[in-house]
Design a protein around this ligand. Structure first.
Ligand SMILES: Nc1ncnc2c1ncn2[C@@H]1O[C@H](COP(=O)(O)OP(=O)(O)OP(=O)(O)O)[C@@H](O)[C@H]1O
Length: 641
């Protein structure tokens, strides 16, 4: 007995809860949210706190439902309420039937007396059934509409937030919580809110009937709800805290799973024989999660069992009170019969109501996560000042002054007081060792990151005052870590812009991708993804040529080339740099490269070291200065000699 008790109580012990929250030894520490330690979040999910927040959560969910499908929302609410009204009506009519049947007089007479009420009972329950079906239909039509609305909002915000938000692990955790349970909770909130209304109408009907029959029965009926409420809320909180505690672990597991199933990593997974390591790490996380889930299932079952047992006792007390009233002659038999019916209906409505309130509470916790994410993401939409201006179609000068930038969560800035100038018609190069800040600076010049200090101006107008979407329209990028878009070759070049065949061909020819297209089975219309039937795959250099074609096709006043030739062969690289130089006529090119021979012809070179500009000038003056540039150039030249 003692050992059974000890086993049952094991999951409740503090030291065991803590042990499960400790990550596996060979994994970097996760920012876990052990549910025993987070007093702020614990406070947020207190019954009283959630009860206070529930009305606003319910209002926001109903507003969402109204926006997603006003007709279906109205139909669901009205049909459910009317169904509740007819339940009450049927109950009252049943009471009348019982009064007639238990009255004095001959049986045929009493049955005849009961017939009109019986007809009303039939009518009420038929209408109630029909209305409930209609409500169910409206609710099932509403579900996908709400789901679509919340998903769209989540994706709209996630793709709209400033880029830095996606480097912030707290934001990513919030996103994961919103994306997994949060979006699912939104339609459920609406369903259970409507169920709460229905339950309330049913309970009011039963309570009204009971109150009329005998005032002592009503508080007793309500008493039966207390254990049920307690158990449901407690179980819901346990579930929520477990989800909270597992959020970081789940994200880690998802990343591991992606590494193991993504074909881009498949070769390295095999050649580095990391399969066992990845499988073991994945299994450690999932077995830890399984333990936590099993622990939760046990604790929830114990809580619900305790609630059910207490509710059983309360029900016995209600019937005992009724029997006592009958025995003392305080209520006649007809009233007792009607009371039994009202108690049964009341209990069903109460159980439905408690269930619906509890599910509202439970889903409210997750829906609050979704709203928390949306509110947080809205605050992280690019902030701009005053009326937004369109950037100039062509500019004369882009100037960055004293730019400092630190990535979210980083200990030190990646850029410190950097100032650069880019003039129309120039090729400006950024060089420096790995991690010196070149890509970060390029992203700031393109308005992708906002500097924490300093400013970027296009023809004297600060980027703070420009419409970010229009600004990005003026910039073409040939990115270092370009995406292999799962689209046709043509769409990989035009990327959502109007398809102008001659311009596509020109961009393809400029980047040397024409040879790539010629070798494809369906030319421009070949789908570049092996995961689809008939899809083709390209080599690293072939993808890079296509990425370059994408940059040229946009033909915008600023072209940013970040390591555009890292995967190209010597001939393709030479041709690409020739093309980039030609492209600069009337436009501006910002070139980031480690191939220093390619920057010899740049109008100006900025040399970065640990986030600072340490040298600037053209090739000749930098070589003459004999600094970092000359050293790096010398090392590369030496290798060729
Ligand atoms: N998303 C990020 N989150 C946090 N830190 C980052 C992020 N991206 C870059 N960093 C850090 O910022 C610094 C500058 O990185 P950046 O990519 O700008 O260097 P780079 O000069 O372009 O390097 P490379 O020549 O290797 O491409 C590095 O120390 C890097 O660790």
């Amino acid at each position: 007995m003692r050992s059974l008790w000890s086993r049952l109580m094991r999951p409740f012990r503090r030291e065991n809860r803590k042990r499960r929250a400790v990550p596996a030894d060979d994994l970097p520490k996760l920012t876990e949210r052990p549910w025993v330690a987070h007093s702020a979040e614990l406070a947020e999910t207190k019954v009283s706190t959630v009860a206070r927040r529930l009305p606003s959560l319910v209002t926001r969910s109903m507003r969402l439902a109204w926006q997603a499908g006003p007709r279906d929302t109205l139909a669901a609410v009205v049909c459910n309420l009317l169904a509740g009204v007819f339940t009450a009506f049927g109950l009252l009519a049943t009471t009348e039937v019982l009064y007639a049947l238990f009255a004095e007089g001959p049986t045929p007479e009493r049955v005849r007396e009961a017939l009109p009420s019986l007809a009303l009972v039939g009518l009420a329950f038929t209408l109630q059934g029909a209305l409930q079906s209609a409500a169910g239909w409206a609710q099932s039509r509403l579900d996908p509409q709400i789901e679509r609305a919340v998903q769209n909002r989540l994706l709209d915000l996630t793709t709209g937030v400033e880029l830095a938000a996606l480097d912030d692990s707290d934001f990513l955790d919030d996103l994961q919580r919103a994306e997994t349970r949060g979006t699912m909770a939104a339609p459920l909130m609406v369903v259970y809110t409507i169920d709460v209304l229905t339950g309330l109408v049913g309970l009011t009907a039963a309570a009204g009937v009971l109150g009329v029959l005998h005032p002592a029965l009503l508080p007793l009926l309500l008493l039966t709800a207390v254990p049920l409420c307690w158990a449901s809320v407690r179980a819901a909180r346990m579930g929520y805290f477990t989800q909270l505690a597992l959020a970081a672990s789940r994200r880690r597991r998802w990343i591991l799973s992606d590494l193991m199933t993504n074909r881009h990593q498949a070769a390295e997974v095999r050649s580095f024989t990391v399969r066992d390591l990845l499988l073991r790490q994945y299994d450690e996380l999932s077995s830890r999660e399984r333990d936590v889930e099993l622990d939760l299932a046990l604790r929830q079952t114990l809580t619900r069992t305790a609630g059910d047992a207490l509710q059983g006792l309360a029900t016995v007390a209600v019937y005992a009170a009724l029997g006592w009233l009958l025995w003392r002659g305080s209520v006649p038999l007809a009233v007792a019969g009607a009371a039994v019916l009202a108690i049964r209906t009341g209990k069903t409505s109460l159980a439905n109501l408690v269930y619906a309130v509890n599910r509202c509470y439970e889903n409210g916790l997750y829906f609050a996560d979704y709203l928390h994410f949306c509110d947080g993401a809205e605050r992280r939409l690019p902030k701009r000042q005053g009326e937004l201006l369109a950037p100039p179609g062509r500019f004369e000068l882009i100037r960055a002054e004293g730019v400092t930038f630190t990535y979210p969560g980083a200990d030190s800035p990646s850029l410190r007081g950097v100032s650069v100038e880019l003039r129309r018609g120039e090729v400006v190069a950024l060089v420096g060792e790995n991690g010196s800040g070149k890509t970060t600076l390029a992203k700031i010049l393109a308005g992708l990151y906002d500097p924490e200090d300093g400013e970027v101006r296009w023809d004297g107008t600060s980027l703070w005052r420009m419409d970010p979407a229009l600004l990005r329209e003026r910039i073409a990028v040939i990115a270092q870590d370009h995406t292999h878009w799962p689209m046709t070759a043509r769409h990989n070049v035009i990327m959502g812009r109007p398809d102008v065949p001659e311009a596509v061909e020109a961009a393809i020819a400029s980047s040397g991708a024409d040879e790539v297209i010629a070798a494809l089975a369906h030319g421009y219309d070949t789908l570049l993804d092996r995961r689809f039937d008939g899809g083709a795959e390209l080599s690293g250099g072939q993808w890079q040529r296509l990425a370059a074609a994408r940059g040229f096709y946009r033909d915008e006043p600023l072209l940013i080339c970040d390591e555009p030739s890292a995967a190209l062969d010597a001939r393709a690289e030479h041709a690409l740099f020739e093309r980039i130089r030609a492209h600069a006529a009337g436009r501006t090119v910002l070139l980031i490269t480690h191939r220093l021979a390619s920057v010899r012809h740049a109008d100006r070179v900025y040399v970065l070291d640990q986030g600072k500009i340490v040298e600037q000038g053209d090739h000749a003056s930098l070589m003459a200065a004999g600094g970092l540039y000359a050293e790096l150039y010398g090392l590369q030249a030496e290798a060729y000699r």
